[in-house]
Design a protein around this ligand. Structure first.
Ligand code: AGP
Length: 609
């Protein structure tokens, strides 16, 4: 799990590589490096630590060149260290890699037996060794790469430099993303669009097995058969400024505040307030297939999994179909009951999560219709699915997912309405009512954000707690899970989300005067039950932070803190309840001084199983 970038053009590219890596730091940030061709020689600068360390190193040991590659790493094989940092240079070959070479150990043994000297603990150095050996044996650059790849099992996006042909850059991919950027004075290649967006909007997404051969003024893309192929050029509309912090202290804070806009963008152009229709053009789901469905299976990881749990309520309520929700990492190891009558929905912000992609492949073998809900245009998930529903959150840089989650909920709401009407379970009038509520939502999200200072004060009071418990019921139980996940990943405080009714079956033993309990208290069906749960906590001297759309004395008189959210329908309430969860976690983390945008041990997209 790493970010990679490459440049070939007329002008010095060192600062471009470093700037590009900054946009890719969300993919990993335990070490970084660049390699550039300088006066015919490849110069490597790499070190453990974040990009600031690399910048310091480049200050001490400057380098320049117009052909170069760069890497920001999230360790898989070999701990973060200078020697394990990329690029890896062997002989005339320098390589940056994102992915995992699964058979690197037997390959390493063979190479050592052949007398090769292996310096790092990484799987990537093996690739550089293999290509070097081919070149030393007389193979032309492209053939050396192709021959080496034939020996490799696993996933990779690789960008490769060769000192003997310094005017050429080769990029290849298998199960790891790679996008080619067509600049006016340079060609670029990167793991993700934000890295090159400042230089071009014209891109080509490389597919599995493809190789891009880049020179200063030309490029060629070859398929797995080695034949040249034409590829579609995509125009990217994202503004580079959208990927900047725009005055906020952290990307996470900025992204929390972007949610009113992100929610609008996700439903804009997809609904008719007058007819009650929902338009989801890229689903590719034929009416006949929709009518034949007997089950929906949602598969996702982390926050996206929590969105799936909410989606179950929406889809079962609006469509009358049974819905199962499964973690990507569990799905393919238990022979799930999936058939050609199953709609398998895969939710992934990045579209690159290895466990979710593995679940997609499992669903493919069982004949399900595969629908991706993703935030990234052209991501691996989207390209392998049968249909797509894009969340329109815009780039999410903070490792803790915020706007991606709420836009996933909006997308699932739209999908449930769409399918509900198609299946005849929902009339257009009913759908219209739901749409009119959705249209009011962005303003209510703004109102929920308006409680920021209250939430900050609460966060200050509880920032030193050792544990938190989050309780919710029904469609808001996943919001308790999500609140707990947000807190633990950025503040490093232990937190657990629980279905409130389950508290008496175990977690109640944890409650004492030191335990803050965050309760999601929605008016309606489970309101009274939640009040009873709150009583149970208070009787054991626990502290209650309630998040509620009810401000009556019955609740307000019982709790230590009350964070109000606006009223909406039960089906949209999870979106509004999520906002205080995000802000609470954010402020607690800021008070504790953690690295909010890049919490320890985590990476934005988890491209390893
Ligand atoms: C969310 O805050 C997490 N960082 C993480 O759980 C994330 O949601 C998970 O890794 C799935 O990512 P995806 O949506 O890109 O597939």
């Amino acid at each position: 799990m790493c970010g990679i970038i490459g440049h070939i053009g007329q002008n010095d590219c060192v600062s471009l590589l470093v700037e590009g890596l900054k946009r890719l730091e969300y993919r990993g940030y335990d070490s970084a490096g660049i390699a550039v061709v300088s006066e015919g020689m490849i110069e490597v600068r790499r070190c453990q630590g974040k990009l600031t360390q690399l910048e310091a190193l480049l200050g001490e040991q400057p380098v320049s060149g117009s052909v170069g590659i760069g890497h920001t790493r999230w360790a898989t094989h070999g701990p973060p260290s200078d020697i394990n940092a990329h690029p890896h240079k062997v002989g005339p070959v320098a390589v940056v890699h994102n992915g995992i070479i699964e058979n690197y150990l037997p390959l390493k043994r063979q190479l050592i037996e052949m007398g090769c000297q292996i310096n790092s603990e990484t799987d990537t150095e093996i690739v550089a060794q293999l290509i070097n050996n081919e070149i030393e044996a007389g193979a032309p650059f492209e053939e050396a790469v192709t021959a080496s790849l034939q020996l490799i099992e696993g996933s990779y996006a690789l960008v490769i430099l060769n000192e003997r042909q310094p005017d050429k850059l080769i990029a290849v991919r298998k199960e790891s993303p790679l996008v080619l950027g067509l600049g006016s004075d340079a060609l670029l290649v990167a793991s993700d669009i934000p890295a090159i967006l400042g230089h071009t909007r014209e891109v080509i997404f490389l597919d599995d097995g493809e190789m891009a051969v880049l020179t200063q003024d030309s490029f060629e893309i070859r398929g797995p058969d080695g034949e040249s192929r034409e590829k579609e050029v995509a125009h990217i509309t994202w503004n580079p400024v959208m990927a900047e912090k725009a005055g906020y202290t952290h990307f996470m804070e900025k992204e929390i505040y972007e949610q009113p806009r992100a929610v609008i963008d996700t439903f804009r152009g997809r609904i008719s307030e007058s007819s009650g229709e929902v338009f989801l053009d890229d689903l590719n789901l034929k009416d006949e297939l929709i009518r034949s469905l007997d089950k929906i299976f949602i598969v996702a990881c982390g926050t996206s999994y929590h969105a799936g749990l909410v989606g179950k309520f929406l889809l079962e309520s609006f469509c009358g179909l049974p819905v199962e929700v499964e973690l990507g990492s569990e799905f393919r190891y238990r022979d799930p009951i999936v058939t050609a009558k199953t709609l398998q929905i895969l939710i992934s912000q990045s579209g690159e999560t290895a466990d979710t992609l593995a679940a997609l492949r499992e669903g493919r073998t069982k004949g399900a219709f595969l629908l991706a809900i993703s935030n990234v245009v052209g991501s691996s998930l989207v390209r392998q699915a049968d249909g797509v529903l894009y969340t329109q959150a815009g780039p999410e840089i903070g490792v803790a997912s915020t706007k991606a989650f709420t836009t996933q909920l909006v997308s699932l709401y739209l999908l449930a309405l769409y399918l509900g009407v198609k299946l005849g379970k929902l009339t257009l009038e009913e759908s219209q009512e739901c749409i009119l509520e959705l249209v009011k939502l962005p303003k209510k999200v703004e109102t929920a954000l308006g409680e920021d200072q209250l939430i900050r004060a609460i966060a200050r009071e509880y920032a030193n707690a050792r544990d938190f418990l989050y309780l919710g019921r029904g469609i808001n139980y996943p919001i308790a899970l999500e609140g707990a996940l947000k807190l633990k990943e950025i503040s490093y405080i232990h937190a657990e989300g629980y279905a409130a009714g389950e508290m008496k079956h175990g977690p109640i033993a944890l409650i004492d005067e030191h335990m803050p309990v965050v309760a999601v208290v929605n008016r309606g069906l489970t309101f009274e039950k939640m009040l009873s749960n709150i009583e149970e906590v208070k009787a054991r001297r626990g502290k209650i932070i309630a998040v509620s759309d009810d401000s009556g004395e019955d609740l307000a008189g019982k709790v230590d803190a009350l964070i109000p959210v606006p009223e909406t329908t039960p089906f949209l309430a999870p979106i509004l309840f999520t906002i205080p969860m995000q802000l609470l976690a954010y402020h607690v983390a800021v008070f504790r001084g953690t690295d909010v945008d890049q919490p320890r041990n985590l990476a934005k997209s988890v491209t390893v199983e």
